[in-house]
Design a protein around this ligand. Structure first.
Ligand code: ATP
Ligand code: ZN
Length: 682
């Protein structure tokens, strides 16, 4: 690996003013846009309202009986009877004049009607259009208009009657005055009606929106959890039927599946177990690193037995409010017992059942644990409820929880081995389109330590990469790409690396590759690249044939030699004065191996088979003896690497040149180059 010790990360600096502009410009567009929208809206809305109106109508509209003003009456009179008011003193006492017993309608049409009447007819009429009403006025206006006039404004009607008297309107003009007055009133009514209608409509829309809002609030899982948190104690618990998840879906954890098989049998037929007097554990603890399929296994147990599955996460019970966590546990168990046989799964058990009794961050955790313990003690083993807990830190669990009668069965769910990884990769590859040349085992060999979830992610990322590149199928290239991305960070294609550095990197990486290729006990090469990725400028990846449970002395020495290859290449090709800092992580690696060989594996003749755990506490003599041994191992390794590179100088040069041309070479291509053949042009 050619590591980048002091690369300055490119930073994007944007002047503050640019940022402010960037924020303001969309804002202004938005404002101007919304302004234009509202203008349009007005442009549309105004004609609709104004359509049949004229100057007079606008004035008459104000003549709603409740707000009838003397000045306006004058205007009205003036517009209907021009010149009539001129020279006359307008009485300002009309409001207080004596109340006539009859309205002007009664006078005219001799229609006696009780005041304050309100009929359905009148209401419907109000909804009719103004023009229709105007046409009708001649015929039915008396009873209809009167309905409005008399509604509850009797005094005003009488005042109007009086007004005509005080204004001394001549007999001949009185009818015209009255008709004009009635027309104005009707138009005012029509307008008020329209406004009321739209108000009612708006209210209805707002109400419906509010209902939707509340519904959404309750449906949204995040909000509903919050909601439950605050409303308290009656959290709803819904089981999930897990018919579609079975043991078939969980790959590479055969032992765990076997152990859980008997739990499935028990759930399928609890009576069978009771008859024989067998006692099954109440709680099963799944222990393993994140993403290894613990949740999936618990689901599969419920799915295999075809029973309800209750999911809860430990952190859900962890409440700041007294009693809420405990009450949730109570609810969960009550529901489950009512639906036995079933599975309760508590993920992150450590966050509810951890040993943090007096922590101020979790003031009521003790209460919650106690409730959990009480519930677990509270039902009989044959009741048909199985509690499966999952944790990454079993050592953090409260001792009371792992006592017999509670979580008394532990099932380890480890990271998958090479066989398990191959199975998981095959399982997820079958869900996407992949090329026949894809060999899942090669990817499995290069992904030591990956969990099931990480392998699923690897396949998914490869599929995404293939889609982005416009490919029809996923090939090894995409799988390798996503593996490297997960392991070492994304490619840094944008970094401009000058030719000199590129050449150094090419020789450095080829150095590693040559040593790996010509050393008997080294791991086979998988790939060499000079593409910068994460903090490195290039790397060579090696693949163990199998997960290595044990390593031999020869294998450890070979690993050291391969590490040395990079620096040795720099020294041989560019000279001692031009060696670079790029080999630092190679030396870290080699030193670590040498140190473990001496202090832990008993592989140094001088220091024997003794282990030295805390080197700081050793005598100075022993310390220097250890250092001496480590140094010898490293020096010998360096010399071996030098020897190999000198012997294969030609191959070294060819490989470096091929890397400079192609950037990345896979195992086959490296072999072709090292055998002195020509690479096919890609
Ligand atoms: N052994 C496996 N076989 C198939 N798929 C797996 C396996 N392990 C993990 N996965 C995939 O990874 C996802 C996440 O795994 P899961 O949630 O079961 O892990 P977990 O061990 O419960 O993790 P955590 O400890 O973080 O809760 C699963 O939904 C599944 O898609
Ligand atoms: Zn290196």
């Amino acid at each position: 690996m050619f590591s980048l010790s002091s690369t300055v990360q490119p930073q994007v600096t944007v002047p503050l003013s640019h940022l402010i502009n960037a924020f303001q410009s969309p804002k202004t567009t938005f404002i101007s846009l919304s302004a234009s929208v509202s203008q349009n809206h007005h442009r549309d809305a105004v004609p609709e309202r104004e359509a049949p109106s004229s100057e007079a109508v606008v004035n008459l509209r104000d003549l709603g009986l409740s707000e009838l003003k003397v000045g306006q009456i004058d205007q009205l009179v003036d517009s209907l009877l021009p010149g009539f008011c001129k020279g006359k003193n307008v009485s300002s006492h009309w409001h207080t004049s004596h109340v006539s017993a009859q309205s002007f309608f009664e006078n005219k049409y001799v229609f006696i009607q009780a005041r304050s009447f309100k009929t359905l007819k009148s209401r419907t009429r109000r909804l009719q259009s103004t023009s229709e009403r105007l046409a009708e006025t001649q015929h039915i206006a008396p009873s209809f208009v009167k309905g409005f006039l008399l509604r509850d404004r009797g005094t005003d009607v009488e005042s109007l009657d009086k007004l005509m008297k005080t204004k001394n309107i001549p007999e001949a003009h009185q009818d015209a005055f009255k008709t004009g007055f009635a027309e104005g009133f009707l138009k005012a009514q029509a307008l008020t009606q329209k406004t009321n209608d739209s108000l009612r409509r708006t209210r209805l829309i707002l109400f419906v929106l509010l209902l939707f809002g509340i519904y959404g609030l309750l449906k949204n899982p995040f909000l509903s959890v919050r909601f439950r948190t605050t409303t308290g104690l009656d959290s709803a618990v819904d089981p999930v039927q897990m018919k579609n998840v079975t043991f078939e879906h969980v790959k590479g954890v055969e032992e765990a599946k076997q152990e859980l098989q008997e739990v499935v049998e028990f759930l399928k037929n609890p009576q069978k177990f009771t008859v024989l007097g067998g006692k099954l554990p109440k709680g099963i603890l799944l222990v393993g690193p994140p993403g290894t399929g613990k949740t999936l296994l618990a689901r599969a147990v419920a799915g295999e037995a075809d029973v309800p599955f209750y999911y809860a996460s430990g952190s859900e019970f962890d409440e700041m409010f007294v009693g809420v966590g405990a009450s949730r546990i109570r609810n969960l168990f009550r529901e489950a017992k009512a639906n036995a046989p079933c599975v309760i799964f508590i993920d992150e058990l450590d966050s509810v059942g951890g040993k943090r009794i007096e922590s101020p961050m979790h003031p009521y955790s003790r209460q919650t644990i106690n409730q959990l313990l009480a519930e677990m003690d509270g039902f009989k083993p044959n009741e048909g409820v199985i509690i499966i807990g999952a944790t990454n830190f079993p050592e953090a669990l409260d001792n009371a929880l792992i006592r017999p009668g509670r979580f008394d069965m532990q099932v380890t769910v480890p990271r998958p081995d090479v066989k398990g990884r191959t199975e998981i990769l095959k399982w997820y590859l079958n869900k996407i389109k992949f090329d026949q040349s894809v060999d899942p085992e090669i990817i499995a060999r290069g992904t030591v330590g990956f969990s099931g979830a990480e392998l699923e992610n690897l396949v998914n990322q490869a599929a995404l990469k293939a889609a982005v590149d416009g490919k029809e199928m996923v090939t090894m290239k995409e799988l390798e790409f996503s593996k490297d991305k997960i392991l070492m960070g994304p490619e840094r294609r944008s970094v401009e690396i000058d030719n000199k550095n590129k050449t150094i990197t090419a020789y450095h990486e080829s150095g590693h590759a040559i040593i790996a290729y010509y050393t008997k006990d080294a791991m086979p090469i998988n790939k060499a690249t000079i593409m910068p990725r994460g903090p490195t400028l290039g790397h060579v990846s090696l693949l163990p044939e199998n997960d290595r449970w044990n390593e031999t002395r020869a294998q450890l020495l070979a690993q050291m030699d391969v590490s040395m290859g990079g620096r040795v290449a720099e020294e041989l090709i560019f000279g001692t004065d031009h060696i670079t800092t790029g080999a630092s992580s190679d030396f870290d690696n080699a030193t670590k191996i040498a140190k473990r060989m001496v202090t832990r594996f008993g592989m140094s003749e001088k220091l024997g088979v003794m282990t030295y755990s805390d080197t700081g506490k050793l005598s100075p003599e022993t310390q220097s003896a250890i250092e001496q041994e480590i140094r010898i191992l490293l020096r010998d390794s360096y010399e071996r690497a030098k020897h190999i590179l000198k012997t294969h100088a030609k191959e070294h040069k060819n490989l470096a040149e091929a890397l400079l041309t192609y950037e990345t070479l896979d195992a086959k291509e490296i072999q072709i180059v090292l055998e002195g053949k020509k690479l096919e042009v890609r």
